[in-house]
Design a protein. Sequence first.
Length: 248
Amino acid sequence: EIAEIIRESEYVVGMTGAGMSVESGIPPFRGADGLWTKYGNPPMDGYSKFKEDPTGWWNRRTNEKIDAHILELRDALANAKPHAGHYALAGLEKQGSLQSVVTQNIDGLDEKAGLQNLIEIHGNRTKLRCIECGDRVSLGEFVPLFAPDPCEKCEGLVKFDTVMFGEPIPDDVMMAARAEIDKADCVLAIGTSATVRPASGLLWIAEAAGATIIEINPTETKLTSLCAVSLRSTAGEALPALLKILSA
Ligand code: APR
């Protein structure tokens, strides 16, 4: 049924969340084994705290005085590899069944799996970004423990590209994500609880504009009632199966 809808669609956009990377060993945030479920919800003012005292923020990081959930997430991120679902998503793009992916994940696994037209709406953990001019610098696998120098372009404050709670989504990725959603006549929501705005708001915008919404998630979400099809499956099972059907 999902393959049929995709075949009949002109412009299919994927919207992935933490569930997309669970089978790569990265814990989700919500639900049974979510980090927030385990450690409690994080403070929503991370960004304003960082801006008040960036040196203090980096010193806590340098001295490993960072929250247990960040340590758990950081270790999982460091060892994670793309799984069959990531590669299948790249395969769907390659065969023209999918035109782009907006991901809420910062793990970079979509890019590693070969996805080309990818928008990382919550940033990428291996990049730094200037909060004034938005210039980004790739770090590769080196994740700094010390405060980076001010922006080479504008002397602005540089932080990790990863969007903190309370931080506005950088204009460039927000506009790019919105542009993709506005072109979509089908959105494939994979592994997201569809609870965190403004990213999740894009799903409601797409639906209101008449796009067909498809969900792949082992559990129901707030989005389920809007979906033409909501498949109770994991990303690692459903996406390779979908690619197989669409490759036949
Ligand atoms: N395959 C597909 N979906 C899965 C799998 C799996 N193997 N395992 C769990 N899920 C689903 C869960 O049922 C849940 O609905 O993935 C979803 C994960 O939801 P969240 O943990 O809330 O992740 P996400 O929607 O991406 O959260 C959005 O919240 O904390 C912030 O910035 C963080 O980007 C994150 C944002």
